[in-house]
Design a protein around this ligand. Structure first.
Ligand SMILES: CC(C)(COP(=O)(O)OP(=O)(O)OC[C@H]1O[C@@H](n2cnc3c(N)ncnc32)[C@H](O)[C@@H]1OP(=O)(O)O)[C@@H](O)C(=O)NCCC(=O)NCCS
Length: 147
């Protein structure tokens, strides 16, 4: 349970974390659209991609999907974290940290953990232990613009 203090109130936020179950497409589109992510325009592929992930963790407040993280991996040497997002109203309340901590625990035996960070999220990923990937340069073939 998380407790966040505002000026004259104490708001109690109870978050439930669920592993391995893909949310319905409507909830996915709402979460991805709220963050302006291009995958929201491909809901069928998005749900299929999350279902095919090596691991998926989603966060609910009540029945509302408020966060999601997935991983693809060979199970031994490399794990890649394609998606981590928290709905804007819920950001800054520890949900991203909880999702990523669970992922890092699951893959703690893996040699290399990779992701592509948007500039605004670099501080968050440093907070959970990532650093710039040496002298390597991320490269892609991508239909989605920057998100
Ligand atoms: C980035 C994101 C996943 C972080 O999740 P969150 O729930 O907002 O972050 P948390 O509240 O769990 O923050 C955990 C810690 O990271 C810090 N942090 C969070 N976002 C940060 C940022 N952008 N820069 C620096 N530090 C940040 C918090 O201050 C907190 O530190 P503390 O534990 O020392 O107090 C979330 O803001 C988000 O969904 N952003 C939009 C989508 C996105 O950019 N995803 C990443 C794509 S690469």
């Amino acid at each position: 349970m998380l407790v966040t203090e505002r000026t004259n109130e104490v708001q109690i936020m109870s978050i439930r974390y669920v592993e391995g179950i893909v949310p319905d497409q409507e909830a996915l589109v709402a979460l991805y659209s709220a963050n302006g992510w291009s995958s929201a325009k491909k809901p069928i592929q998005l749900a299929a991609a999350l279902g095919n992930s090596d691991h998926l963790i989603v966060a609910y407040e009540g029945d509302r999907l408020v966060g999601l993280a997935n991983a693809i991996s060979d199970g031994h040497l490399v794990v890649y974290y394609p998606h981590l997002l928290v709905e804007p109203e819920t950001q800054g309340k520890g949900v991203g940290l909880a999702l990523m901590t669970r992922m890092l625990k699951k893959y703690k035996h893996v040699h290399q953990h990779m992701l592509t960070a948007v500039a605004d999220a670099v501080g968050f990923y440093k907070r959970v232990g990532f650093e710039k990937a040496g002298t390597t340069i991320p490269m892609w073939i991508y239909e989605g613009g920057d998100t």
